[in-house]
Design a protein around this ligand. Structure first.
Ligand SMILES: [Fe+2]
Length: 275
């Protein structure tokens, strides 16, 4: 039987790479420590396989085809296509088709109907956290792409339910495998809209607090505030999948800091995983 050995989340703003040198030293240090802590926790959990829950940033999908959820079922995945990610050390990342297809089949049984891809490009959303976490050994990756970019977006309640479904699929997988989940994205940011560059720190802090409260309170707050907290904040959907997977018992906040140079409220979390 497979085991869920860890659930984590980290921000992934592109400027964490592109404008890294411009980040003030104290913030740089905190960001390095936060990514490093998640990397250490991940290394201690020793996952064989990592489900990375992330949006796609027009790397695989465009307006002619925008799935709500897509699972990468390939033997391998392509490294990040963005030219500014070319120093990322992996051009090819190993997948795990057997678990990925198990996840899809279990989902279909419960009337969750993801799309599947045998060949995904893993863009900065997935690769920045993997890179910054400095993992000595990269586990096999099963990407779970959740549309957080182009409305209509999957509902917040559905993202939580996807997380529960993901945890059930892990526990029902017949082989001995240690599986971790990494959600990426958020917290608040605003891209390509009149509020471009805004960080909504109050929203971020209240969202973080509510992850330790009831799911109803969390969802009601997000439904009210997401439309006025920057379009990038919609990426919190990926955190909701992680929250559902971990049994929704709250997380340890590794760090949160608004970083104006990278125009993101940067959050890092490690969940308490339900036995
Ligand atoms: Fe993003």
């Amino acid at each position: 039987m497979a085991d869920l050995v860890g659930v984590f989340a980290a921000s992934h703003g592109p400027l964490l790479i592109r404008e890294w040198e411009a980040v003030p030293p104290q913030q740089k240090q905190r960001l390095e420590e936060a990514f490093g802590t998640l990397g250490e926790r991940m290394a201690q959990a020793r996952p064989d396989l990592l489900v990375v829950v992330s949006p796609d940033h027009w790397s695989n999908f465009f307006l002619d085809n925008v799935p709500a959820v897509c699972i990468g079922v390939g033997d391998s995945h392509e490294g990040p296509p963005e030219p500014w990610m070319k120093a990322f050390p992996h051009r090819e990342l190993a997948g795990h088709p057997a678990f990925a297809l198990h996840l899809v089949r279990e989902a279909m049984k419960r009337a969750f109907e993801p799309s599947v891809s045998h060949r995904l490009k893993l863009d900065h959303g997935i690769c920045i956290p993997l890179w910054r976490m400095n993992l000595e050994r990269l586990p096999r990756i099963v990407p779970m792409i959740v549309n957080s970019i182009e409305p209509p977006l999957p509902s917040l309640a559905r993202c939580l339910a996807w997380g529960r479904q993901l945890a059930d699929a892990i526990r029902s997988y017949p082989q001995d495998l240690k599986i971790a989940v990494l959600a990426t994205g958020g917290l608040s940011h605003s891209i390509g809209e009149p509020t471009m560059g805004a960080i909504y720190e109050d929203f971020d802090r209240e969202t973080i607090r509510l992850f330790s409260q009831s799911q109803t309170e969390l969802v009601e707050y997000l439904e009210e505030k997401l439309p006025v907290s920057g379009n990038g904040s919609e990426e919190v959907r990926n955190w909701l999948v992680a929250h559902g997977a971990a049994g929704a018992r709250g997380f340890e906040l590794v760090d949160y800091l608004p970083v104006p140079k990278v125009i993101v409220g940067c959050g890092f979390a490690a969940w308490r995983v339900a036995a």
